[in-house]
Design a protein around this ligand. Sequence first.
Ligand code: ZN
Length: 398
Amino acid sequence: MARVICFLLSILTGAAVAQTRVYRFPPEGPQDSRTEAFEVGVVGPADTPQAARNYIEAADWFTLPPANFALPPYHREALEGLRVCLDPGHGGDMDRAGYKRGATGYRESVMNLEVATMLREFLEASGVEVVLTRDGDYETPDDGSLEWRARLADREDCDLFISLHHNWSRRSTANYLSIWYHSRPDDPMAAVDLARWVTLELNDLMRLSEPQHAGLYSSWLMYPPDGLADERRFDTVERQPSGFGVLRNARVPAILIEGSFYSNAWEELRLMDREYLRREAWGIYLGILDYIWTGIPSISLHESQPEVVEGPRPEIRLTLDDGMHEGWARNAPPRIHFDTLRVYIDDERATLRYRPQIAEIFATPREDLAPGEHTLRLRVLNVWGNWSWPTQIPFTVE
Ligand SMILES: [Zn+2]
């Protein structure tokens, strides 16, 4: 940024600009003790060496970049103990003529299973426990019901659900990555967070021919229920029979990946190459790693806070964790976007007192609470852009 500013200044004022620039931090003006002017020496544009220019001009975005499958040094620290449900789409459809097949007859269910198997290997190498909805070419129980697949993640106590598919289009040149989540964008966003990280990694590794279409798609927005109500509650959305069944029925953060288009003859050829499928599995692995490593913030009852409180306006003490791994910054206040911090008591927003230095929140209901059971719902966003997972804490007013 400094370099850009200096460059712009030199354009605007020509040769009169001195070689040494003085910068101020932060740019908005004095806010703390770091606002003393400091010198950064000579900064400015330089000629790109010929060799670098050749490299830049020769590079073609559509050439596959290297994928060396080297696990980053922090992979175990990040992922150990995570439970992931992988759902290779379809299966057991050998006898269905033309069903989910490319031009040469290559079946989607087969490539989905290959990717799932390779992804499981990467994840298990990082200490992740993986549950597969199928591990062979057969229909899942319950006549291959999507609900059965999605609920497996819940039954098996998984943290994430990832459905693996490849796409088909009448337009034979179509070829882009689409990652689907179920909720509306303003609902709890954990699935969108996961989808975002996986999209960035996969899009970079696959280099599909239509990167302009790659991105995040909501199955709920694309296929909304009839008589779309102006109802903003997440649990109501889940009950609506809309969007993809496999996402709608999930009870954990869930995404569906349409890796690329097997209806594109050129892409179908690539998908027949195991190394290419391994690259896809690697991209998904890296996306999961990015997501978990950048941290999932959380809010919980403070250890001194009893679950039974005195009414009618209890002040409830909560602990905030940004979920981030940069441990040396632990003594700093949590790295969250404060404006996103929400505490609801029985669906009413609570009044908050935030003590960042001790990472604590004190929440008070705006109106008197009747004796009996009540519920806290909490959410917050960390500075990596990850939302807390939907959290509900029951408590009792005496
Ligand atoms: Zn599919």
